[in-house]
Design a protein around this ligand. Structure first.
Ligand code: PA5
Length: 456
């Protein structure tokens, strides 16, 4: 159990659905309430589809103190050794850590010198040859350590990256020291990575059997890289635990923001809005959107059903995607992630000549302009036929990110059950792998290789 925060009572994430009113009635949203109550019971009692992957549900409140301590001490060891820390993983074994780290870190951290914590970089999330060779030339010049994360232990992209970086580390530091610089996070028993880690003597952490990749950010998969980056994993877990506590109390839409969000997006989907755009107004949230896209896309997009999850970063993308959102096909709705208070304060200066005409906002905070852009955009898009759900997050810190992670996870499970799909599997991901293995001539795929080559 995480330590209780000894701060004044923290605020909580809120959901506002008033700007969906011109598109769906309140009745259409509340028509999902009974379904949400049923889904909520199925999730908590573990009686629904995919019920062997519900370990994330009470993970924040039950996380083992000894695990948190061990992660903190491994992180401290890596911080001692490394200027750069490479996180090798893909999908759910990558996006959660990156979402939290990039939300919390300085936008220019990579370019600022004098860091006292390792800078986190990523590998195994693509198969770009140039990416890998540029990474190696960077790692030639810096002290580094790495974690390799794969629940299955057999995913091709991170396996290739690890094979290359393991060789590089061993050449650079010698085999004995290389072992000290590698942490493997994988299944307790099975998979090639588990065997390799045991054979080589790497420190390992376990991805629990009952937690799928995209729900694993609060396991060592997310917690270790976040701790190495220097962020407070206890507060992250505490935020999630508080949202878990709120969820446990009731599934009624007026009391449970996760159920309200899930019901509203399903009502919008039923009305023909089949693309949801997650909107942020802070560049640090780019990877949070990427994590959300994976969570919702992999959980709901099956059996020819599911809302397509898209993302935009405003105001940047108002100058690109804004046109389509305002006037293109009307199958969209937006969910705006609005951060009430940024972490710094800065005002716009006055100018004697005022050639740019900006003196009317001189003295205002930059964030006030951002907020007016947000409000103006919301009204414009609603006028243009795009309903709007607003999620307000009191601020960006570990605690609020923990709330947000649990909020999205639980809402995703409730939504997936509403669609009557299994939100915890991803059978569709196998199709590309099968073809890739056949094309590469993997042993065991001989027949598929012969067949696929005829199709080219
Ligand atoms: O959410 C998921 O289950 C997937 O996105 C996986 O995380 C991804 O495919 C990587 O799998 P693994 O951790 O087994 O390498």
């Amino acid at each position: 159990m995480p330590n209780k925060l000894n701060k004044t009572k923290m605020k909580s994430l809120k959901v506002d659905i008033r700007k969906t009113a011109g598109f769906i009635s309140e009745g259409a949203v509340y028509a999902f309430e009974n379904q949400m109550i049923k889904n909520h019971e199925a999730v908590l009692n573990k009686t629904g589809k995919g019920n062997d992957f519900l370990g994330w549900v009470d993970l924040p409140s039950t996380i083992d103190e000894s695990l948190l301590k061990s992660i903190a001490s491994s992180a401290a060891k890596m911080q001692e050794k490394a200027e750069l820390f490479v996180v090798i993983g893909i999908g759910g074994s990558y996006l959660g850590a990156r979402a939290v780290i990039e939300a919390l870190q300085d936008n220019f951290a990579a370019l600022k010198t004098g860091r006292n914590k390792p800078f986190i970089i990523y590998a195994g999330q693509n198969i770009g040859e140039d990416y890998m060779s540029q990474l190696l030339s960077l790692l030639d010049k810096h002290d580094y350590a790495l974690t390799v994360i794969s629940k299955s232990g057999t995913t091709t992209e991170p396996a290739i990256a690890f094979r290359i970086l393991k060789n590089h580390l061993e050449e650079k530091y010698g085999k004995k020291e290389a072992v000290e610089r590698i942490i493997a996070i994988t299944d307790q028993e099975k998979g090639a990575l588990k065997k390799l880690a045991d054979d080589e003597g790497y420190q390992t952490y376990v991805v629990p059997d009952d937690v799928g990749g995209r729900y694993s950010v609060l396991t060592p998969v997310g917690l270790l890289p976040i701790a190495v980056a220097g962020y407070d994993i206890r507060q992250l877990v505490q935020g999630a635990a508080d949202m878990e506590g709120l969820n446990r109390k009731s599934a009624r839409l007026n009391d449970n923001p996760m159920a309200l969000y899930a019901a509203t997006r399903n009502a919008l989907y039923q009305s023909g809005k089949n693309v949801e755009i997650l909107v942020n107004y802070l560049p640090n949230l780019y990877y949070l959107t990427e994590w959300w896209k994976q969570l919702y896309g992999e959980s709901e997009g099956k059996e020819n059903k599911g809302i397509f999850p898209a993302g935009v970063n405003f105001t940047t993308d108002l100058h690109s995607m804004g046109q389509y959102i305002q006037e293109g096909e009307r199958m969209l709705f937006e969910t705006v992630l609005s951060v009430e208070e940024p972490n710094t304060k800065m005002t716009i200066p006055s100018d004697g000549q005022n050639l740019d005409g900006l003196n009317y906002i001189a003295g205002k905070r930059i964030d006030e302009v951002n907020k007016m852009a947000e409000l103006g955009t919301m009204l414009a898009h609603v006028d243009g036929g795009v309903p709007n759900i607003r999620l307000s997050l009191p601020g960006i810190n570990e605690y609020y990110l923990g709330q947000l992670i649990y909020f999205f996870e639980m809402a995703c499970a409730l939504s997936g059950y509403t669609l009557d799909v299994n939100p915890f599997d991803q059978p569709g991901v196998e199709a590309y792998k099968k073809n890739m293995f056949a094309l590469l001539g993997k042993p065991g795929f001989e027949k598929a290789t012969e067949e696929i080559r005829k199709r080219l």
